[in-house]
Design a protein around this ligand. Structure first.
Ligand code: P6P
Length: 339
């Protein structure tokens, strides 16, 4: 037959998640319902982001969020959409959002057993210039069926059941892992469905790209400085790596996942814990990298082994191709020995 104009066996994200659920016969479908509400939030934000330029949704909302940054209307809108979608799912008990200083404890009548940590619109400083931005999320099961407390979200990243991001760029791409590999889905606006376009993503073992804000070089610690020097002036005669830095974590991580290489947001003298947030930036991206065969390191330990003490805690992060992260781990280990 000539190639079908229309694929008839559409693997939508909903069908994919249902397939995953069927692997857990004891499951009552709560997780599937939760993911479906996250997907709904992503579809809404995708539509709002795409209209932003026209609907004058951009521009400052005037308020500032916990990070002291001026909130743009899209930030506020996206946060409200996700909070409402997650609460109405009836499957969550605690929500932590980059936009909210305090965690949201869901009222008992709507309470479920999952805790969701998310950045509803990461990279929002890039909205006005059309650079890709994204939603990042992670899902924990509450520790046990008791009254939910903040400790239910202060778990190491290795306890996450699922993590993902949705990138709002030239197309709307949702990358998800529920613990058995990483899959990418692209929104077909004519169907309003996310279709599987990147099955079983595996990050190249080694890459040719490094991604860091070189503007902070003055304040880097030794190992980071040495590693970046090595990328630019390799001693073994290999060719220098390319620098690609978009300044929007979802876009930089998505490129790293698909093309390989390493993304770095190191500590520096100004910010000893780096800039990126543990719960809803470092953990979900580290989870995805490990599921795709890469790794994620904080400069001291495996990122997913970190146990956060505060919901907006930061950590340095080095993530990407397995071999590239190994190199920077060796430099930190050598530094450790000297001390
Ligand atoms: P810098 C965007 O504001 C963000 O939170 C991440 O999306 C991005 O990776 C990082 O900050 C960029 O930070 O200091 O390089 O501008």
């Amino acid at each position: 037959h000539e190639a079908d104009a229309y694929r008839t066996d559409l693997m939508t994200i909903t069908r994919y998640v249902l397939n995953e659920q069927s692997k857990h016969p004891e499951s009552r479908g709560d997780f599937t319902i939760l993911l479906n509400h996250i997907v709904l939030g992503c579809k809404f934000v995708c539509s709002a982001v795409n209209k932003a330029g026209l609907a004058k949704l951009i521009g400052l909302a005037g308020e500032t969020n916990i990070q002291g940054e001026e909130q743009k209307k899209l930030d506020v809108l996206s946060n409200e959409v996700f909070v409402k979608a997650l609460v109405s799912s009836g499957r969550t008990c605690i929500l932590v959002s980059e936009e909210d200083e305090e965690a949201t404890f869901v009222e008992p009548s709507k309470r479920g057993k999952y805790c969701v940590v998310f950045d509803p619109l990461d990279g929002s400083s890039n909205i006005d210039c059309g650079v890709s931005i994204g939603t990042i999320f992670g899902i924990y099961m509450m520790k046990d069926s008791h009254e939910p407390t903040i400790d239910d979200v202060l778990q190491p990243g290795r306890n996450m059941l699922a993590a993902g991001y949705c990138m709002y760029g030239s197309s709307c791409t949702l990358v998800l892992s529920t613990g058995s590999g990483v899959n990418g889905f692209t929104l077909d606006p004519s169907l309003g469905e996310f279709i599987l376009t990147h099955p079983n993503i595996k990050i190249p073992k080694k890459g040719k790209i490094y991604s860091v804000n070189e503007g902070n070089a003055k304040n880097w610690d030794g190992p980071t400085g040495k590693y970046v020097e090595k990328c630019k002036f390799p001693k073994d005669g290999s060719s220098p790596k390319s620098l690609r830095y978009i300044g929007s974590m979802v876009a930089d991580v998505h490129r790293t996942l698909l093309y390989g290489g390493i993304f770095l947001y190191p500590a520096d003298k100004k910010s000893p814990n780096g800039k990126l947030r543990v719960l809803y930036e470092v953990f979900p991206m580290s989870f995805l990298m490990e599921q795709a065969g890469g790794q994620a390191f904080t400069g001291k330990q495996r990122a997913l082994d970190l146990v956060p003490k505060k919901i907006h805690e930061r950590s340095p992060i080095f993530l990407g191709s397995y071999d590239d992260v190994e190199e920077i781990k060796a430099l930190y280990a050598a530094e450790e020995k000297k001390e």
